[in-house]
Design a protein around this ligand. Structure first.
Ligand code: PLP
Length: 403
């Protein structure tokens, strides 16, 4: 890199500079990271980490994947950005490719609106719901859909919402996984029901098997849209392109982001059936959404997942990790839940912050979304030996926890 762009320094020096220059929205950074390769990361002091979090379910192909690097680099050198008065071939090809991933019934076609993030994909979906002429949205307790005002309005956590009231209104929250509560809340005034197929930020909460089918039935009965937020679960994370696939339903709206760009910011709101045409010229827009570089990254990611059979790999490594952690039979481990490579290790005590910190010290990046569970969302390319190195270290880490 050019000497004009020298951005290095020690961990301590960079952490101090961070505190002076960045808004304090995330607290102090746990480490300053300088390089990634495959499933590994290195910090500014040269320490190496196994990345079992994948940039929070983003780096699905690991770090510096050669196919993505080459696609993005050559796109940037060819055509980096165009305004929305013009189209680009990568944008069109990615939209087509995404639509091809849906197993929609005969005659149901779809359309895509590209964004730069998950919250913006949900923002687009929120606006689409308003175009039904109805305003009521039913969301769920524990839901996380993003931090912009519309997405926040359907996000549950009071600590995230309260300081920003009033949010866009007419949102009702019902217990997650409870089809009867959903049926009682949805009526002929309901514009949409928004659901994560697995609640990720709430600690990888998996609903009962028939829940999404019930949600499809209930919304259809009342002419409401079913909006499935696949931002964390989609693009192969749970071992299929979308987590809702196993339920055999067709939603009206599907939002994705995170894994789609594998590190290049891109999201999408996909409308299927009539919902695909609710936004019309002038209703919505974005300067960067679907920019050629981000779109080619998305195309590269989908191509590599297909080419390398990574959906099977996600299932195989996910099952292996689940079985191996369960077999540890440690008194602090209650069990493992989740699907594919979106897993939570449920602890018997509220000590996930301690375990995550001890793991980091030992060279493993995991996270603690709730007090008594650890979340794993590693790259799909995680090898069995890498996974085993974490499983082998885990009992020793748990033994160090102070209760
Ligand atoms: N929806 C879900 C299910 C998420 O997990 C997230 C992020 O964690 C979002 C929406 C928001 O995405 P972003 O952080 O890209 O805005």
């Amino acid at each position: 890199m050019s000497e004009l762009l020298t951005v290095d320094g020690t961990q301590a020096a960079l952490t101090t500079r961070y505190a002076g220059a960045l808004m304090n929205t995330f607290g102090a950074p746990k480490r300053v990271l300088v390089r990634g390769e495959g499933a590994y990361l290195w910090d500014a002091d040269g320490n190496k980490y196994l990345d079992l979090l994948g940039g929070l379910a983003v780096n699905c192909l690991g770090h510096a994947h050669p196919f993505v690097v080459s696609a993005v680099t050559s796109q940037l050198a060819t055509l980096g950005h165009v305004s929305n008065f013009f189209a680009s071939a990568p944008q069109i090809a990615l939209a087509e490719k995404l639509l091809g991933l849906f197993d929609a019934p005969e005659g149901v076609t779809g359309k895509v609106f590209f964004t730069n993030s998950g919250t913006e994909a949900n923002e687009a979906a929120f606006k689409i719901t308003r175009r039904t002429g109805r305003t009521k949205i039913v969301s769920t307790i524990g839901a996380f859909h993003g931090r912009s005002m519309g997405a926040l309005a359907v996000t549950w956590k009071p600590a995230y919402r309260e300081a920003f009231a009033p949010l866009p209104g007419d949102v009702e929250f019902v217990p997650y996984g409870d089809a009867e509560a959903l049926a009682a809340a949805v009526d002929d005034q309901t514009a949409a029901v928004v659901l994560e197929p697995i609640q990720g930020e709430n600690g990888v909460v998996v609903p009962p098997d028939s829940y999404l089918q019930a949600a499809r039935r209930i919304t259809s009965e009342h002419g409401a849209l079913l909006w499935i937020d696949e931002i964390q679960t989609g693009i192969g994370r749970t071992g299929s392109w979308f987590a809702f696939e196993k339920d055999g339903i067709t939603p009206d709206l599907v939002t994705v982001a995170k894994g789609l760009g594998a590190g290049i910011p891109i999201g999408a709101c996909i409308g299927l059936g009539a919902a695909a045409d609710l936004l019309q010229p002038g209703n919505h827009g974005t300067t960067f959404g679907g920019n050629p570089v981000a779109a080619i990254a998305g195309l590269a990611v989908l191509t590599v997942i297909e080419r390398d059979g990574l959906l099977d790999q996600v299932n195989a490594i996910g099952n292996h990790l689940t079985d191996a952690v369960t077999a540890l039979d440690h008194p602090l481990i209650e069990g493992v839940r989740g699907r594919g490579l979106l897993l939570a290790i449920q602890l018997t005590q509220p000590v996930s912050d301690q375990v995550a910190a001890l793991a980091l010290e030992a060279g493993f990046i995991v996270n603690n979304p709730i007090a008594d569970a650890l979340r794993l969302a590693p790259p799909y390319i995680l090898g069995k030996a890498d996974a085993d190195s974490f499983v082998a270290a885990l009992p020793g880490l748990l033994d160090k926890v102070e209760i």
